[in-house]
Design a protein around this ligand. Structure first.
Ligand code: NI
Length: 255
């Protein structure tokens, strides 16, 4: 089966039509989907959707762009959500230096990234990481605060050189629509050069829509387009790529 390891069906653009979206994904062979939160409210909705559907799971946490309401109490609530067996990871958490240039905000991002890694380790969960223009600090933090159950750099957009460094820390790499974009040689190069056993497929929907649907909302049903591009880059058949990703997903998330 195909797997969407990172989607936002909890986004208001998709939530209303979730029934249709999940049905169409399954009809296209996408048997598992992980709905990822970015703050407390979206994490709760992710868990609700996971409870509603077979094959749908949730990740919960605070994204670095959404730290306005973060507090120790809010993190306690995230911890309570993890009691639900459909919650398979803490995420998405990490560092975003693209949108935030101020050192105060970056310090706050680092502080809560580390606190959420500590929470994942306490709960024995893997971590889904958002890292944008912040490869070096992300690397430092993962080196100093390793995630025992493993982690994925979702929508990997760093350099191949950094990917090779991260690989030594035993991280997985998620790839999405950009590998189908004409001008995105960097992520394609990363897919070509990273071991197949470290690759995961994801849509990050409603964003990052793959070719030929760019300009429309992205949906998990487009995952086969991404996996088939990955298969082409790795010189594998679609079935082989599908199976490797299934194993990788099991190795990281236990699903
Ligand atoms: Ni995302």
């Amino acid at each position: 089966m195909f797997i969407d390891t990172h989607c936002h069906i909890n986004d208001e653009k998709l939530y209303e039509n979730r029934d249709e979206i999940i049905k169409r994904a399954k009809a296209n062979g996408v048997g598992k989907m992980i709905v990822v939160g970015w703050d407390l409210k979206s994490s709760k909705i992710a868990v609700d959707i996971a409870n509603e559907y077979d094959g749908v799971y949730a990740a919960v946490g605070f994204h670095p762009e959404n730290l306005e309401e973060i507090s120790d109490n809010a993190l306690k609530e995230i911890e309570l959500l993890c009691r639900n067996t459909k919650v398979v990871a803490i995420g998405e958490i990490g560092l975003d230096y693209h949108w935030f240039k101020e050192s105060d905000h970056r310090a706050k991002q680092k502080e809560w990234f580390i606190k959420q890694i500590n929470l994942a380790n306490k709960l024995n969960l893997p971590v889904s990481i958002h890292a944008r223009d912040a490869s070096e600090d992300t690397f430092k933090i993962l080196k100093d605060y390793p995630v025992a159950k493993g982690c994925v750099l979702h929508c990997y957009s760093g350099s191949l050189e950094m990917a090779m460094q991260f690989q030594k820390l035993n991280v997985f790499f998620g790839f999405d629509g950009p590998i189908t974009f004409k001008n995105a040689e960097n992520p394609r190069n990363c897919v070509r050069n990273l071991p197949s056993t470290k690759l995961l497929s994801e849509t990050d929907c409603p964003y990052m829509t793959p070719v030929p649907f760019r300009g429309k909302d992205n949906k998990p049903e487009y995952i086969p387009l991404i996996v088939s591009k990955m298969a082409e880059l790795k010189g594998l058949s679609l079935e082989e790529m599908e199976r490797v990703i299934e194993e990788n997903c099991f190795n990281l998330y236990g699903i």
